[in-house]
Design a protein around this ligand. Structure first.
Ligand code: GAR
Length: 206
């Protein structure tokens, strides 16, 4: 049985895009660190199995990550997709799932890791912005890049308009990346990702 585990903390729009993408998987389970995450309701309404591991009941990051790993291992997933999962993961957790832990980030990494990416892109005056799907390493918002989508920053863009256009691209490229992975088309070698039968136009989307 091919299983995808999606980790969320909030709204869950990337999770919803993955749920609606008709991915080649037998089962999807959504796990949140936040019992109030809006995405949990969305997943449940779509008939998707959900679980919550509330980070606030653990005294430290290691204990939370151990409980999260125990929950994840229960499902034996092929891939774990972080979709707006706003917890920094321990090195042990990241190493345990090396090569099968993906993240979506709202910038063209390595530019603008961390928070407030759209605001920072506007402040820096960059002309091209976007989003990145990458494999997770223990460095925050860093790791082998699977796919990116780029969009122009327009003269009248605000954080909100930019966030909206980037989010549309996030939904598109995350589904693409997970689909490639589940079809066994992704090969990870050091810091480099190759995808069989894909051209450059599949990776950098304008
Ligand atoms: C998305 O924009 C995602 O890229 C970002 O959080 C948002 C979650 O939205 N993730 C990060 O910043 C991770 N570093 P969603 O809950 O609607 O998918």
């Amino acid at each position: 049985m091919k299983t995808l585990v999606i980790l969320i903390s909030g709204r869950g729009s990337n999770m919803q895009a993955l749920l609606e993408a008709q991915l080649p998987v037998d089962r999807i389970v959504v796990v949140s660190n936040n019992p109030d995450a809006e995405g949990l309701k969305t997943a449940a309404a779509l008939g998707i199995q959900t679980a919550t591991i509330d980070h606030r009941v653990f005294s430290n990051r290691e204990a939370f990550d151990a409980a999260l790993a125990e929950e994840i291992d229960h499902y034996q997933p092929e891939l774990i997709a972080l979709a707006g999962f706003m917890r920094i993961l321990t090195r042990d957790f990241v190493l345990r799932y090396q090569g099968r832990l993906m993240n979506i980030h709202p910038s063209l990494l390595p530019a603008f890791p961390g928070l407030h990416t759209h605001q920072r892109a506007l402040q820096e005056g960059v002309k091209i912005h976007g989003c990145t799907v990458h494999f997770v390493t223990s460095a925050l918002d860093h790791g082998p890049i699977v796919i990116q989508a780029a969009i122009p920053i327009l003269a009248n863009d605000t954080c909100q308009t930019l966030a909206k256009r980037v989010l549309q691209q996030e939904h598109r490229i995350y589904s693409q990346a997970v689909c490639w992975f589940m079809h066994g088309r992704i090969r990870l070698c050091g810091n480099t990702v190759t995808v069989s039968e894909a051209s450059i136009h599949d990776f950098v989307i304008f």
